[in-house]
Write a protein that binds this ligand. Structure first.
Ligand code: PSU
Ligand code: MN
Length: 314
């Protein structure tokens, strides 16, 4: 009889390496592709994507970069496929939950966001996912209703997302309220304060500070073992040398938001616009920070994945 896990697995085409690792119960870390196509410029996005995969390997796990290629859900891309996503950039569709059916039916390529990467990771049986920052409740959402589909996904899909918190282009307070309502644990890795992506500080507390990968793994087993479906946010602050100044970033973000509103940019285009604008306004300084925090998340995710698999076998 096919279990739901094997049915899910059949819907996702796995690379040989990822398939072997999943079947052998080895640690695997999912990685998203919107960060490649829409989050950074070429060639830094290509270099980042390869470096992140290497970082996961160095820390004992198998990387599974996730995307949709010619309508097929994929986990584990070739170097050429990653390069093509990096080169084509925003020409590749940014695919969140609602976009999956169209891209699949029309056999197109899609760069997956946090939400759609979580969906594909869960189908493939991958529980741990590393990225940069999650989407959230946007500033002004009380009138625009711009709330990332990432939050609803965290409410229902059982994957842990290691990130550097939420970018302060968002309303961090409202994002935390939303996650609380939806029952999503927000855990700080060696921090009691939620990091704000470019900065280690945000002024907001996490639900709990957890200091080791082993303890993180125990919490994931406790949640999912009890049948409490849904994701977990694991917030990992950017390493000290790369943390940018909070006040300076606030000014930059205000300017970026002002320009976005003036240009009437909204919907799925707002996050990529803000990311690009912030990079431009910080003269590329934010790009280096962005790359470093993703690498650091990949390392912690690999460690948590290894601990998660080890404690499952006990
Ligand atoms: N935040 C970042 N970098 C990113 C993204 C968010 O700091 O690259 C991307 C992720 O793929 C995330 C998506 O899932 O943007 C959220 O888009 P939206 O706000 O349209 O849901
Ligand atoms: Mn949005």
């Amino acid at each position: 009889m096919k279990t739901s896990a094997t049915i899910g697995l059949n819907k996702v085409q796995l690379s040989d390496e990822v398939e072997k690792a999943i079947k052998a119960g080895l640690p695997v870390v999912a990685l998203e592709s919107t960060i490649i196509s829409h989050g950074m410029p070429y060639p830094q996005n290509f270099e980042m994507a390869l470096a992140v995969e290497n970082k996961v390997r160095e820390h004992g796990a198998v990387p599974a970069t996730i995307a949709i290629i010619e309508g097929v859900l994929r986990a584990g891309l070739t170097r050429d496929e990653i390069e093509s996503f990096a080169k084509k950039g925003p020409q590749i569709a940014k695919v969140s939950r609602r976009d999956i059916p169209v891209i699949v039916a029309q056999k197109k390529d899609g760069a997956t966001t946090v939400a759609s990467t979580m969906i594909i990771a869960e189908l493939a049986g991958i529980s741990i996912f590393a990225t940069g920052g999650i989407g959230g409740v946007h500033r002004g959402a009380e009138t625009t209703m711009d709330i990332s589909a990432d939050l609803e996904e965290l409410a229902q899909t059982s994957v842990a997302v290691i990130c550097a918190g939420a970018k302060s282009i968002l309303d961090i307070g409202l994002t935390l309220e939303y996650l609380e309502t939806k029952g999503v644990p927000v855990l700080g890795y060696q921090t009691s304060e939620l990091p704000a992506f470019y900065t280690r500080q945000s002024g907001f507390k996490v639900d709990a500070q957890i200091d080791s990968a082993e303890q993180m793994a125990e919490i994931l087993h406790a949640k999912w073992g009890l049948g409490l479906k849904g994701g977990v946010v694991i917030a990992n602050p950017v390493p000290h040398p790369y943390s940018l100044d909070f006040k300076e970033m606030e000014t930059v973000i205000q300017n970026a938001l002002h320009e976005m509103n003036q240009k009437g940019i909204k919907g799925k285009d707002s996050t990529p616009f803000l990311l690009g604008k912030v990079k431009e306004l910080t003269a590329g300084k934010s790009l280096e920070t962005n790359i470093q925090l993703v690498l650091n998340n990949a390392k912690v995710a690999a460690e948590i994945s290894a601990a998660y698999v080890a404690s499952r076998k006990k």
